[in-house]
Design a binder for this molecule. Structure first.
Ligand code: SF4
Ligand code: SF4
Length: 385
């Protein structure tokens, strides 16, 4: 009998990426390069890399630093904002320590007021994100914001992006996003040995990359291992309900809802959030001028901070149908007004487009409500089974 060991070995390799990145980022700085800490997928990674800087994700996903953050921030802020700030003020995140500069976007009120405080700690550039996607004006504005970001990076030790390096980074990021999307699609097969927590490790590691080519190679290895497993006779379909997770980003430390759902026998097959597949299907148009194409691509990201946010409905409908999910879970962090408010619309979209009921969960990073969540998820699984 064959084993799924080659698939699981690959997943272990993804789990080790954040740890390995610490040494790699240290080496970047040792060689005179700069590291740019980023907090959101609106940060244009291609441009940052084309200036010779290396972006690294700093989003706080753990409860531990929140207490320190609450000495300065309102307790009612979302845990992601508080955890990110807590890591910064306590200097307990190695990636924050390794960041020479910070790149921030005004996606929501909590983040934008938090960045005002964080700017005391390191050089920080705020990109004022337009909160609407329609028409030429927001795109032109965002294009100008890309140039302003480049000027900030150059003033802090990076170099101006040339056409060749921009084109190379755009092509590489397009390739990386397409390969990751292909792997996640295979992972959603009913016979895949990968659960939601495995998918999380694969997805989350993309925020810590120094060597993108190496990541693409690892994705190709996982793709080949999954294809071989799925072509063989041993993979039995997972018996539990198949869930699509949407809403706020999750990661190691904030994966409570995914863990509980899978402990109750469900399988989270796809995460339509920005730590998952959100915007992986939006490439940068390589035929356009690079700044224009980058501005268009990044502004099209369907986050709830956009008004309106039609891309989320489209993406939920496509993923829900393509992967024949049995249920949709909409996760909102307490204190996140945009995701919370949008959940009423998401419920309608999921009912109209997929004919499914929605489970809306509002929670934070603590375990205080774990039993309450378990009861609600259990009742939902009973409903859709
Ligand atoms: S949910 Fe939206 S604002 Fe928050 S990190 Fe993701 S893309 Fe950025
Ligand atoms: S989850 Fe909501 S409130 Fe928290 S950082 Fe993201 S958009 Fe802002």
């Amino acid at each position: 009998m064959r084993h799924d060991s080659s698939v699981l070995q690959c997943v272990e390799a993804f789990k080790s990426i954040p740890e390995q990145s610490i040494a790699a980022l240290d080496a970047v700085r040792g060689n005179g390069g700069i590291v740019a800490g980023v907090y959101c997928i609106y940060a244009p990674s291609e441009l940052i890399r084309a200036t010779g800087a290396v972006p690294v994700g700093l989003c706080g996903k753990k409860q531990a630093p929140i207490e320190a953050a609450e000495r300065e921030l309102p307790a009612a802020f979302c845990p992601l904002v508080k955890s990110s700030y807590g890591y910064a003020v306590t200097d307990t995140c190695p990636f924050f320590g390794l960041s020479d500069v910070l790149v921030a976007e005004t996606t929501c009120d909590g983040k934008k007021k938090m960045y005002e405080l964080m700017a005391r700690l390191k050089p920080l550039h705020v990109m004022q994100l337009p909160h609407t996607q329609g028409g030429e004006e927001p795109r032109r504005y965002w294009e100008a914001s890309l140039h302003a970001l480049e000027e900030f990076l150059v003033a802090n030790g990076a170099y101006p992006a040339d056409e060749e390096s921009l084109a190379r980074e755009i092509a590489l990021h397009n390739r990386m996003r397409a390969k990751l999307a292909a792997v996640l699609r295979l992972g959603a097969d009913p016979r895949s040995p990968l659960g939601g927590l495995d998918l999380l490790a694969v997805q989350e590691s993309k925020g810590f990359l120094v060597d993108i080519e190496g990541y693409v190679e690892l994705l190709a290895r996982l793709e080949a291992a999954l294809e071989s497993w799925l072509a063989g006779p041993d993979g039995a379909p997972h018996p539990g309900p198949r869930l699509l997770l949407t809403g706020v980003p999750v990661g190691k430390g904030s994966e409570k809802a995914v863990r509980i759902a899978e402990e109750l026998g469900a399988r989270v097959v796809f995460m339509e959030n920005c730590s998952g597949v959100k915007a992986l299907d939006i490439p940068v148009d390589e035929a356009m001028s690079p700044y224009e194409a980058l501005a268009a691509r990044y502004l099209a990201i369907p986050c709830s901070c956009m008004s309106p946010n039609p891309g989320r409905r489209k993406s939920l409908a496509e993923l829900g149908r393509a992967f024949r999910v049995d249920g949709v879970v909409d996760l909102t962090w307490l204190g996140c007004h945009t995701y919370n408010a949008e959940s009423r619309q998401v419920q309608r979209w999921v009912e109209e487009d997929l004919g499914l009921p929605l489970l809306h969960l509002e929670t934070d990073y603590s375990d205080a409500d774990a039993e309450q969540l378990r009861t609600r998820i259990e009742a939902y699984l009973e409903l859709i089974r």
